[in-house]
Write a protein that binds this ligand. Structure first.
Ligand SMILES: [Zn+2]
Length: 311
């Protein structure tokens, strides 16, 4: 176990003990088992690092006019899960993905350019901005360019070529599992935005909000069985509508192409919480036989799911 992971886990545990002495009489068994389960996920996540095998990193350079965007691909055999981090300033989520790949295998694709959340086209000395998570349809990309006052056909074509290169690198195909990693600012975007009437209400079929969970930390899933499994574990989860409006999000692209898609959102800086969410997601996906994890030569502890269910 890496020392700083252990210290972070310890700090998290101190602020989130499985139960408080004063709670002991009132805390329900379900709440207790949820907290214990989360603690077990954390311990599992921490334990694996000592045994992690090496991850290969490949960097591709893409151009937006004169502007460079580096696409880092971290890979290790062992799992067929792909993480994608489109927003460059959402570094906590990328770190959680890297640690997952280091421990269980899989792929992390991370965009890097140092310009913040959006990417930038540099053309004739002018910078034009757009959201890389709105570029996956013509309407979405045009709307994002308009939003940032970059309404020019030349910029659109450069941005569309960049989008196609990203699609080629991710190579999303039917049957794959893609996990989008994001971070948000406290209370700016929360699970509450997915309720009917909320910002993402029209895109959402169902929502599960656990008032005991931080509303900044949540999953968005495209499949009903994942929604049920994560809800029953007490997470904040939104189930995407089957036919959402065309926003040009990567989620929409993947759903159209038969790819299982899960978004994991956590507040900036909440690494332990996001790692723990990935650990929970892994156990749910493995129970549903959605992903495969090769455990050969890797003494990763299994989740004692049944013993927890029996509480
Ligand atoms: Zn994001």
């Amino acid at each position: 176990m890496k020392l700083h992971t252990f210290i972070l886990s310890l700090a998290w545990f101190r602020s989130n003990p499985p139960f408080h002495r004063s709670d002991r009489g009132t805390l329900s068994r379900i709440q207790m088992s949820m907290k214990l389960r989360r603690l077990i996920y954390l311990i599992c996540f921490s334990l694996g690092f000592g045994f992690a095998r090496s991850v290969t990193k490949t960097t591709h350079t893409l151009y937006l006019g004169k502007e460079k965007v580096w696409v880092d691909i971290y890979e290790r055999a062992g799992s067929n899960i792909t993480f994608v981090n489109l927003h460059d300033n959402e570094n906590t989520s990328a770190e959680a993905g890297r640690r997952f790949v280091e421990k269980y295998g899989g792929r992390l694709i991370e965009l890097r350019h140092g310009r913040g959340r959006e990417v930038v086209v540099r053309l004739n000395g002018v910078l034009y901005r757009f959201d890389p998570n709105r570029m996956f349809s013509e309407a979405g990309l045009r709307a994002s360019l308009r939003y940032f006052r970059a309404n020019s056909d030349e910029v659109f074509h450069i941005a569309a070529a960049f989008r196609d290169s990203v699609i080629n690198l991710v190579d999303a195909k039917a049957g794959m599992v893609i996990v989008a990693l994001h971070n948000n600012t406290q209370d700016k975007m929360t699970i509450r935005d997915y309720r009917p009437g909320g910002w993402y209400g029209k895109d959402t079929k169902k929502v599960n909000i656990n008032p005991r969970q931080d509303p900044d930390n949540f999953f968005v899933v495209s499949e009903a069985d994942l929604f049920s499994a994560l809800s029953s574990l007490g997470y904040n989860v939104a189930l995407g509508a089957k036919d959402p409006p065309d926003r040009g999000m990567f989620l929409d692209y993947c759903v159209r192409h038969g790819v299982s898609f899960i978004t994991v959102e956590a507040e900036h800086g909440k690494l332990i919480e996001q790692m723990e969410m990935l650990e929970a997601l892994r156990s749910v996906l493995m129970e549903n036989n959605t992903i495969t994890i090769d455990k050969s030569g890797f003494p990763s502890p299994e989740m004692p799911i049944d013993s927890i269910h029996s509480h």
